[in-house]
Design a protein around this ligand. Structure first.
Ligand code: ZN
Length: 400
């Protein structure tokens, strides 16, 4: 019995000694490692901080920070730093600068690298992270709005906006979606190991309502022309946007969460009334020239724009005009020209909108416009190949 106790006691001692030596060796190894190592200061921009203040917080000497910012300037404007941007400053243990990396949330798949060149001067360049592309897919059904449906499907507002942008000439997502409408889309995601860095481009999208299926296929031809096309290879772009109110602008203007499709369309006269909150940006539905800007009786603050092929559009009851809008100026498609109000004879804030052709009011919502462009004949075969692939991806139930 006593021998047994003694044996275990010795075993215990040996174990302790062994662990002690192990620790010493490890310590020694670490020290050697450290002497050949560099130190990396990492952190992120906090609320109310500039990059400068963040680095001051990290106790980086102020003159060094100024040099860093100066080096970054040609490739990245530090004024664009945002909360959550990350930085890594590598230096040797004596404090000598090795390099600096800046990862901004604005472009999640790139980063900025500052290093010393041969003459010891700091220079910056933009670098791409090693990313892997994956195809993601989502589909959903509208209960209230596209936005709510996308959120319910686990997607981000930015993807919703990109989706709405694609159909900006075909669908007015503020007033047209009805419960039961369906959508599906496939897009690229950028991944690094197990982490998704960002959503990339939407490759294909569909919106299916009672009347029809709208399909958009992204295609880049060998000449570098990129656009979204229908299944027939026609561009989705047209002479006119589907609505003088922008889904993207409205959604970002009135914070996503609170925004519901409160917009309503009334048609008490030739023209359309869009009931919308005061201040909602109003855009020109097409490229053209302002031929009237000013007070016009019951229409209050009023703008009339002349477009190609004999079309005019008018916008009334504005609260105010956008900067630079004067009679005679050219406007581009989608350009904000004013803001919703209730000037003139108006019972509440709304946009009075009308389209006139050859002196007559026309039913804008029934207006069928030709596509502005199509896939070039010589690339149709390639387009059709891509299209088949995309349609299959849209259909497939599981992602990838
Ligand atoms: Zn009206």
């Amino acid at each position: 019995m006593r021998r047994k106790i003694l044996f275990f006691f010795l075993l215990f001692l040996a174990l302790v000694a062994f662990l002690f030596i192990l620790r010493k060796v490890e310590h020694f190894r670490q020290e050697r490692l450290i002497s050949s190592m560099t130190e990396v200061v990492t952190g992120e921009i906090r609320k109310g901080e500039s990059l400068y203040l963040a680095l001051v917080r990290e106790e980086i000497p102020r003159d060094k920070i100024i040099l860093l910012e100066k080096a970054l300037k040609p490739v990245f404007d530090v004024k664009k730093s945002q909360i959550g941007d990350r930085y890594e400053l590598e230096r040797d243990l004596e404090g000598h600068f090795k390099n600096f990396k800046y990862y901004t949330t604005i472009s999640p798949i790139d980063f900025y690298l500052v290093e010393k060149n041969e003459s010891g001067k700091l220079v910056a360049k933009k670098e791409r992270l090693p990313v892997e592309k994956k195809i993601a897919r989502v589909e959903g059904r509208i209960e209230t709005s596209l936005y709510e449906a996308m959120i319910a499907a686990g997607q981000k507002p930015s993807l919703t906006m990109d989706f709405a942008d694609i159909f900006d000439w075909e669908i007015d997502f503020l007033t047209e979606p009805r419960p039961g409408d369906r959508f599906r889309l496939v897009w690229e995601e950028y991944w690094q190991v197990e982490k998704k860095l960002a959503d990339g481009r939407i490759l294909a999208a569909q919106y299916i309502n009672r009347h029809q299926t709208h399909t958009a296929i992204y295609f880049e031809d060998p000449e570098g022309n990129k656009s979204y096309f229908t299944e027939e290879g026609k561009s989705l772009r047209k002479q006119f946007l589907r609505s003088p109110l922008s889904y993207r602008r409205i959604s970002s203007y009135f914070s996503y969460r609170r925004f519901h499709p409160i917009l309503k369309v009334y048609r008490p006269h030739p023209g359309i009334d869009y009931a919308a909150p005061i201040g909602t940006p109003v855009r020109s539905i097409g490229e053209g020239r302002v031929v009237y800007k000013g007070w016009k009786g019951g229409f209050g603050r009023f703008i009339k724009i002349k477009h190609k092929r004999g079309y005019y559009t008018t916008y009334g009851h504005l609260r105010r005009y956008a900067k630079g809008i004067r009679t005679g100026v050219r406007v581009s498609q989608g350009q904000v020209i004013g803001y919703v109000g209730s000037s003139g004879l108006s019972t509440g804030p709304h946009l009075h909108f009308a389209v006139i052709k050859n002196g007559r009011y026309i039913n804008f919502l029934r207006l069928k416009l030709p596509a502005v462009k199509s896939v070039k004949k010589e690339y149709l075969k390639e387009f059709n190949r891509i299209k088949e692939e995309r349609l299959t991806q849209l259909e497939s139930i599981s992602s990838n």
